[in-house]
Design a binder for this molecule. Structure first.
Ligand code: S3P
Length: 171
């Protein structure tokens, strides 16, 4: 079984993914970290030196590569993975997709702390971050909402969210 966690930056995909993989005894793969290790470059540097289009191509290739691995695993995708190259349809065909849905206010408060590592958020004030999230979430929602399972990720702890996913996915 392959479980894909999808959703906006700051929705908790990586934290929940680690807990979920632990509960199920599955391997955990963070797609961004896998890309960084494979290319020996940070996501930040890939964006900076090669641009977003290149990153999206690499992201699509890497998603397919990790999907070909044997065994059970939980993958936390990047916030944009679902929205390019029909990746959401690919993930839906290859396993169970889970959208960690979070309110704009939750995302703003989390991302204001961690925007340094996220190239799409560089240099934004809190107000600009808020407007960016409203606009981009609105564009991306149609992809995220193709997930087979949708879980609210605002209040519950990562472990509780992981438990909810275990029940909903029936794994
Ligand atoms: C991106 C999200 C990031 C990373 C890249 C682009 C996006 O992943 O893949 O910076 O387009 O939303 P996280 O969602 O893990 O921050």
């Amino acid at each position: 079984m392959k479980i894909f966690l999808i959703g906006f930056m700051g929705s908790g995909k990586s934290t929940v993914g680690v807990d979920l993989a632990h509960i199920l005894g599955y391997r955990f793969i963070d797609l961004d970290e896998y890309i960084e290790q494979k290319h020996n470059l940070s996501i930040k540097l890939i964006f900076e030196t090669k641009g977003e289009d290149y990153f999206r191509m690499v992201e699509n290739e890497t998603l397919k590569e990790v999907c070909s691995f044997e065994g059970d695993f939980v993958i936390s995708s990047g916030g944009g993975t679902s929205c390019f190259y029909n990746n959401i349809d690919y993930m839906n065909k290859n396993g169970i997709t889970v959208y960690l849905r979070a309110e704009v206010a939750t995302l703003v408060s989390r991302l204001v702390e961690s925007k340094i590592d996220r190239p799409l958020l560089w240099g934004k004030t809190k107000e600009e971050l808020n407007d960016y999230i409203i606009r981009v979430l609105d564009e991306r929602k149609k992809f995220y909402e193709k997930a087979q399972i949708i879980v609210d990720a605002d209040i519950a702890s990562p472990t509780d969210i992981a438990q909810l996913i275990v029940s909903a996915a029936n794994v």
